[in-house]
Design a protein around this ligand. Sequence first.
Ligand SMILES: [Zn+2]
Length: 462
Amino acid sequence: MAKAAWDRQSEKAVVSMQNELLREQIRDSIAPFSPLWRRRFAELNRKPSMVKTIEDLAAIPAMGERDVSPSGDPIGMSALVLQAGEAGYTLHGKGPEIRKAMRVRATNKDAYRRIVDSDTRATSYVFTGHGFRYPIASTRNDLDVIARAGARLWSVLGLTSNDVLLSALPPGATTDHVALQYAATAAGAPALFPGADAASLQDAIRLAPPTVLAVATSTAPQILSELADLGSLRTLLLVGAPTDAERIAAAHGLSRCGAPSNTVILGVHAPVGARVLWGECRQSAGATGYHTYPDLEIIQVVDPDSGEATPGMGELVLTQLEMRGSALLRWRTGDTVSAIAMAPCPSCGRSVPRATGLRRAAMFANLESGKSLDLRSIAGVMSSRPAVRDWRLVVGRRGRDGAMSTVIHYDAINPDDPATAIAVATDIRHVTGTLPTQLVAATRDELATLSGTPVSARILVG
Ligand SMILES: [Zn+2]
């Protein structure tokens, strides 16, 4: 029987394919070439070969940037890059590729080196990260994978080679820019990348009237307010999972720069650490979540407060398949989702895992200093204190000056003991570099009545 297309397999076929690709990824990439993961498996007292299925994977503690480089030094993050070489290649490369390499080895050393290098040598980098920027490496073959995913993204977005893309993303070594560039190239669509400057964008609009405009979600209203003559537009791509309010703001902006009223607004998003963009399908107009690539990644969810696997709302955890430069396993993205939907998309029928209710960087709060506060660090402190029975963190903006506030309500075993609050404050300062705005002793009932939008079981945005 012919293999079904990447987006038309049954749920059972997807799971069994992912199990097989996961075993391959661990056997041929992670176990032999990642000193970081070898050390991690040793600490967990587990053999890499014990991870055979998605369920086995879910039992491995997820890790994030602070676990790799506790000091926040980007140099420490180079541990994510796999250390493959020629000897490893012949042991762990793909059969047909190795046979091809062996055929040319005796007669053409250069050709042999090219084949080996394209699978093992990190040749290009993008920079990513929430708390600090760090590099993610790609081999030549990884770039092919990124291009393949880009062609798929184009079709999920309902675009064709007749579409003309204008990107207002700052060109540079970022996942968003590189993935978008590869997507347009792989789809055979003309694309212009003049940057975010309004005059350059307007020149590009005159030169090649765009049917697709890509803008970073956070700057979309400002950029749209500076553009005109977008009568050729059919699709607006908001890069970086937009919230409902951000979609409305973008729609408002579009209506004032001459775009047709039936222009479709779709979100695209790459979590930190990822190298491909996920898209919302055109048929859903953004209502059914981000469509992922089941043969390139496994997406799972953990409770950000405890780090434990959970079937419901929680932090998105990414495991990359088929990647050889950097290869992330159980990577905590800092994004949250309401669920991973496995059923076929009710709008387009694609049977790929969909990340629904995605909130980008929900585990981070922006501080006035320009730094971002990792809420998972606070959760880690609160969950590890034996004197604290339960707690809630309410993150908000202070009314009088708009400054970020972090208020921790906690139910202590001994509420009259000041040592608990002091210990908590000291620990939080140690891991985040800043004190919580307020620590409030509370009863269990009081915790239950706190209001705010939950981004996890215990973290609320007020
Ligand atoms: Zn769909």
